[in-house]
Design a binder for this molecule. Sequence first.
Ligand code: M6R
Length: 366
Amino acid sequence: EKDGYDHFMLKEIFEQPHTIFDCLRGRLDVNAGTITMAGVQNHIDQIKNANRILIIACGTSWHAGLVAEYVFEELCRIPVEVEYASEFRYRNPIVNKGDVIIAISQSGETADTLVALESAKEKGATIFGVVNVVGSSIARISHAGAYTHAGPEIGVASTKAFTAQLAVLTMIALKVGHEKGTIDETRYRKLLKELEEVPEKVSAALKLNDHIKALAEKYKDARDFLFLGRGYNFPIALEGALKLKEISYIHAEGYPAAEMKHGPIALVDETLPVVFVATKDSYHEKIVSNIQEIKARKGKVLAVISENDEIIEKMADDVMIVPFADELVAPLISVIPLQLLAYYIGIAKGCDVDKPRNLAKSVTVE
Ligand code: M6R
């Protein structure tokens, strides 16, 4: 059932061109310029007119929520707050009737998320589920939703479910923004096309496999890792750090690249690998200076960059080159090398990558 792969995690990483395609299929129609999502359509007025959107999730799903925050605010001009389910539920949160809550969960069974949703639902919020497992508890308590259709995810580390979450959330934001009139038609059409091109760009990114395997050998003995990104790629830095921690047991931290100078820069010396998620986007110039700050302190820089980025290529110790994509969909592609990096470092260290110690696939305890 691993289809010739050594582990479910690797199989699931390599499935992503297909799972993203399946997630877009039947929804995205580039020629017609439409996105068909019944769950969104049925609640369109409510979502469009929401005073704010709350996103509730844990772990990797929470990272997808952070990307969605940027995407929704940009395309729909609706304020978004992203909450850790466990923090949200215990602090007597303010939920108003008519608030729209987007719950993100691969398993649909995460206890913290489920209980947070139950109490918000009692307070009159509308729950919109972005869930992978059909018929799961979170899918059932949601008023509406959109499945991610990534198929069963067996590896404890979430990979293909994450990119499917990003695809679904981006489609929702595009649909709502278009209906609301907060995206101009040209940009809307351009982004539909960009989304359609994601599966083939993910395939291209997967060609980094052997290169990343070699990088894993080179960096596997590091004690700590720092992951930095800005804008849409900031949550991808967090995700890269989480993947590495859970799979290889190496201590890793993700930070917004500019926040580094407010503390974590103290960690930088010649033994610290710093992974930059630095694809070409509106933050590019800024992140180039952040890379300089690390190099000036002798940190080792590994950078995920777009094709033809000679500037960063010259500065970095190692690069992982991915196809260029609009910054709004770039996270779907820039996360791929980080998933592979975590996998191969885990393998190089002899870890049980499909079942890391102390972790369960779905966390059904509080
Ligand atoms: O099933 P969920 O998406 O609700 O799970 C949330 C987290 O437990 C999950 O993403 C966890 O962080 C993964 N092990 C990350 O790889």
